[in-house]
Every structure is written in C-alpha cells, then in structure tokens.
Design a binder for this molecule. Sequence first.
Ligand code: XMP
Ligand code: MG
Length: 176
Amino acid sequence: MSIQVLDKTFVPFLTSEMIQDKIEQLAMQISADYLGRNPLFIGILNGSFMFASDLYKRISTPSTISFIKLASYKGTTSTGTVITAIGLEEDLSGRDVVLIEDIVDTGKTLSAFIPSLQKMSPASIKICTLLQKPEALQHELQVDYVGFEIPNKFVVGYGLDYDGYGRNSQEIYQLA
Ligand code: XMP
Ligand code: MG
C-alpha cells in the first residue's frame, strides 16, 4: 500500500523482512571480519539510527558504538565542502572504525568527511551502508559493506526521511 509523506506519494520497496534478513547477513560478515579486533562502530545521525541499532544488536564480537552528526560548510575553493563531526569524543587512534550510514548517494558526504577522520590515526576505516545508489556515485569512495544496491530514486522509511518525515516505518518506500 502506498503512503503519503508531506506532498509526495511513496510505494513499497523493501519489506521489513528483506531489511532484517540483509542486516543479519551483514552482521555475520562484519562479526567474522572483525573477530578479536575490538572495532568502533560510528553511526551517522540522523538517518542511520534504526539501521545502526538493528545491526549492532547482531554484532557478536566485542566492540563499541558511538554516534555523530555531520555538519558541512563551504571551505576555501581548494578544499571545497568541509565536513566536520559533531559529538565525536572517542579516541580513534589504533581503532578499527566502521562507519554506519543509511544511504550512500553521490558519495559527497563521506568522501569529504573521511580525510578528517584519517587525521585521528585510526588503524582502519570501513564503510557499511544499508543502501547505495551506484548510478548516483560521483566521488571516489570505497564502500565495503552494502546491504542493497538500489536505483537512483528517492527513498524513505526505516530512518530515511523526506524533509524530516517518514522515518518511522519498518519498511522502505520509493518515490512513486
Ligand atoms: P551523498 O550524496 O553525500 O548523500 O552520498 C548522502 C546523504 O544524502 C541523503 N540521501 C537520502 N535520504 N532518501 C533519503 O531519505 C534518499 O533517497 C536519499 N539519498 C540521499 C542522506 O541523508 C544521506 O546520508
Ligand atoms: Mg543521512
């Protein structure tokens, strides 16, 4: 059944069961890859809060989790858009960091943010995203764990929003 969010109509795209099954697979793979390495998961707010929660519940290796918000501002022309993290208090040095995103679209946000994360001397940085729009990617970005590759259409639900609304559903909907 389609839903209405503000002025737009969205149609069902990924069921709750499809999402949860995929998260189970991702969690098993990540738990195996990071066995004995004490990874630090960093959920990127707001969009990833549901995904980060469901993923982290299924991670079976000792690890910690934290959340940040990303704020962007225009840097000088040579630096382009600068993205800084709000709320990052952890010491990243020597940690294996796994960023948790809801969706990678153009890749602009993460490709602009990762250099500042690298300055904090983590042992490694990997990206785990529930959704990726491969056709939309415009920046050099290696995404290590991808739940679903999706067409280049706007989606809402399961944490993803349209102007702040539509996050509160267990399914993901696509613009009709
Ligand atoms: P970039 O282009 O930097 O974008 O990879 C990542 C951020 O853009 C938002 N985004 C979306 N949000 N439905 C949403 O609700 C979408 O289809 C969508 N595409 C991009 C999102 O905030 C993500 O973190
Ligand atoms: Mg987001």
